[in-house]
Design a protein around this ligand. Structure first.
Ligand SMILES: Nc1nc2c(ncn2[C@@H]2O[C@H](COP(=O)(O)OP(=O)(O)OP(=O)(O)O)[C@@H](O)[C@H]2O)c(=O)[nH]1
Length: 362
């Protein structure tokens, strides 16, 4: 069997707190007949990699990383491993269609995600498809209170997968699902139950691609929970005491290109550390296409996407998922960018792109 084209290799990051059920899910992925050949990168916190012992050997290659936590000390090793896997694939030594990285339960997925955008060689060879986060229905309520890293794992997710729901009463499960939906309303939630695995729900999500469906109003996208006015503490109160939550900035119309560029730049400068994921679809004057952007911390990507259809209502939306976001400040900043029918539109389009370029580079 041969490797497919030179197209970028899709990568899935599988995360979740200690014991959540990541390896169990990965084994199910590896043994389900979807026809995709998968290489696995396993990271274990500590000197011995137990997880790789537990994995069924269906994957093309299991790379073990045991020198420390993937999120901090071995990011360079992750890049090296990925480059090495690609080289061996090109030589025909390894055959695989995609990679799954299973992070340790203690890992903040942020630096792992950033690796794909910060390293030019990786950005060319790999396509970060999605972050899948397994949430343990039995233990998550307590873990959420005690381990902020789980909030981050949920906040970064493109898909939330609730394991062990068989061990929890319906009421408690509903409360948990509501809580994680408040932390990350962008990621559809499914329960991991025995039986068929819906691989279409897990793979080829293209969660980091820039396209106009970033904020689609489809049924799979749960509700947003705009937080109350005020900063910090109010944000946390509205989000059930969780420090990480979401904020939707929305305007039924166009935004001024220069001003929204300055707003986004300032937001990333001030709050980039606390912004886990953000996505925006904007209408800008005299532009038939949607301006889309998305990012992780201070690494932002932006482009013009599809054109507004004739029956589309032009509107501008930004969803932010982050830690203790200062809602009043962000709403006020966004409000300065809004154009109404009576506002003179500015046509210089360079401001936004330059501003975002600067923000991405910083
Ligand atoms: N009842 C039940 N048990 C599960 C489920 N998923 C996983 N488990 C059990 O939970 C335990 C931990 O599962 P793992 O798959 O090893 O979890 P992990 O996230 O890989 O664990 P670490 O790598 O240690 O962080 C195992 O005993 C699994 O059998 C589930 O959906 N229901």
């Amino acid at each position: 069997m041969e490797n497919a084209s030179n197209a970028p290799i899709p990568v899935t990051v599988l995360t979740g707190f200690l014991g959540a059920g990541k390896t169990t899910l990965l084994n199910r992925i590896l043994t389900t007949g979807h026809g995709q050949r998968i290489a696995v990168i396993e990271n274990e916190f500590g000197p011995v990699n137990i997880d790789s012992e537990l994995l069924v050997q269906q994957s093309a290659e299991v790379v073990e990383m045991t020198n420390g936590c993937l999120c901090c000390t071995v990011r360079g090793d992750l890049a090296k491993n990925l480059i090495d896997l690609k080289a061996r694939r090109e030589k025909g030594e390894l055959v695989f269609d995609r990679i799954v990285i299973e992070t340790t339960g203690l890992a903040d997925p942020g630096p792992v995600i950033q690796t794909f955008f910060a390293e030019p060689e990786l950005a060319q060879s790999y396509l970060l498809d999605a972050v899948l986060t397994v949430v343990d229905a039995v233990h998550a309520p307590r873990q959420l209170d005690e381990h902020p890293v789980l909030l981050k794992q949920i906040g970064f997710a493109d898909r939330l997968l609730v394991s062990k729901s068989d061990g929890v009463a319906t009421d408690a499960l509903d409360t948990l699902v509501d809580r994680i939906a408040r932390i990350n309303p962008r990621a559809p939630i499914r329960h991991l139950v025995d039986g068929d695995l819906d691989i279409g729900f897990l793979f080829d999500i293209r969660g980091f691609n820039l396209n106009e469906s970033l904020l689609a109003d489809d049924a799979a996208t749960p509700r947003f929970y705009p937080v109350a006015k005020g900063i910090g503490a109010a944000f946390v109160r509205k989000n059930h005491g969780d420090e990480i939550g979401s904020l939707l900035l929305e305007h039924a119309g166009d935004v001024d290109l220069d001003r929204i560029g300055a707003f986004v730049q300032q937001m990333l400068d001030r709050h980039g550390d606390d912004l886990l994921r953000y996505k925006g679809v904007l209408a800008v004057p005299e532009q038939a296409s949607k301006l889309v952007f998305q990012g992780v911390h201070r690494i932002a990507g932006f482009d013009y996407g599809a054109e507004w259809a004739d029956d589309d209502v032009r509107r501008s939306r930004i969803v932010l998922i982050g830690r203790r976001l200062p809602e009043a400040e962000l709403r006020a900043g966004f409000a300065t960018c809004l154009l109404t029918e009576h506002t003179q539109a500015l046509t210089d389009q360079s401001g936004f792109l330059v501003a975002l370029n600067r923000a991405s580079a910083s």
